[in-house]
Every structure is written in C-alpha cells, then in structure tokens.
Design a binder for this molecule. Structure first.
Ligand code: ATP
Ligand code: MG
Length: 141
C-alpha cells in the first residue's frame, strides 16, 4: 500500500516533471500523505538569523518555499494536500533520513537537477538515493 509519497525537489525543471508525475500517482492512487522535501545547502548568515529572531526553522522554511515554489504551485493547482519539510545539510543524506522517519512508501525525484555537469544520466543526489533509499524510488527523466 502506498500511503506516504515523499517528493524531493530542488526547484529544477527535472523536479517539475517529477512533481507532475507525483501528482498523477498521488491522485490516481488516492495517496493520503504527500511530503515535499527541500534541502537547503547553505546555512543562513548571521544577519539573516538576526532578522528572523534566531528562528532557524522559519528561515529554512522561507528558503524552501522560495526554492521549491514551482513544485508547491503545481501541487496547489492540482489540489493535492502536502506537508513541507525544509532542512539543512547534504541533500541525499537528509532526504534519506526523512524517508526513514516518515516511513515513506515511495520516493519520487528527478534524474538531474540544478547541477551544471551535463552528460551524466543521473545527478549525485538521485544516484545516492537509488542506492540507499529504504523504499521504492521513482526517478523521473
Ligand atoms: P549534482 O547535484 O550532482 O551536480 P544534479 O543537480 O544535476 O547533479 P541531482 O542533484 O542528483 O542532479 O538532482 C536529482 C533530483 O534530486 C532533483 O531533480 C530533485 O528531485 C532531487 N534533489 C536534488 N537536490 C535536492 C535538494 N537540495 N532538495 C531536495 N531534492 C533535491
Ligand atoms: Mg543537484
């Protein structure tokens, strides 16, 4: 039974396609829980922290909403309810941890992302997750 779908997005064109596929699956299978994860790579600066009243989580969420905006807009337009997890760190490691914690039944992500190296079939995040994920992984080309 697919109960929890975890959608990883970096806001790239590939992630947009992964989102469109995740929407079809979530709607088609009436999946009750869609969790969207965006991992912020760079820690907030001191000035940003002060502005946010030292609320690191609020800053990460703000950055995730900005970076993953295209994904969230698609989900909103399709009326697919979701919850957003914003986190800081190494994308593959963090996504793996969230997949375990949320007991994800299916992980959906793009084959490539925002990385500059062309020619590779899969980026480093998708490669690591295919190897290490605790659940089925759907790589959207
Ligand atoms: P690399 O980062 O190794 O240079 P790339 O950027 O082309 O290569 P990946 O980063 O592996 O490729 O991206 C593949 C997919 O992984 C993306 O389409 C997205 O679904 C997911 N992903 C990548 N980075 C993140 C992130 N920071 N947070 C959430 N999901 C991500
Ligand atoms: Mg990348």
């Amino acid at each position: 039974m697919f109960r929890t779908l975890l959608l990883a997005t970096d806001g790239s064109e590939n992630a947009r396609r992964a989102t469109a596929t995740a929407i079809e699956i979530a709607a088609g299978l009436a999946i009750p829980s869609v969790v969207v994860v965006h991992v912020v790579g760079k820690a907030p600066s001191e000035a940003e922290l002060v502005r946010a009243g030292l609320d690191v989580h609020a800053l990460l969420e703000e950055e995730a909403r900005r970076a993953a905006g295209s994904t969230l807009d698609l989900l909103d337009a399709a009326k697919v309810p979701y919850s957003l997890r914003a986190a800081l760190g190494d994308p593959a490691g963090v996504i793996l941890g969230i997949a375990e914690k949320e007991a994800a039944d299916l992980l959906v992500l793009g084959s490539r992302g925002l990385g500059a190296l062309s020619g590779l079939v899969m980026g480093s995040v998708s490669q690591k997750l295919v190897h290490l994920a605790p659940c089925p992984v759907l790589i959207v080309k």
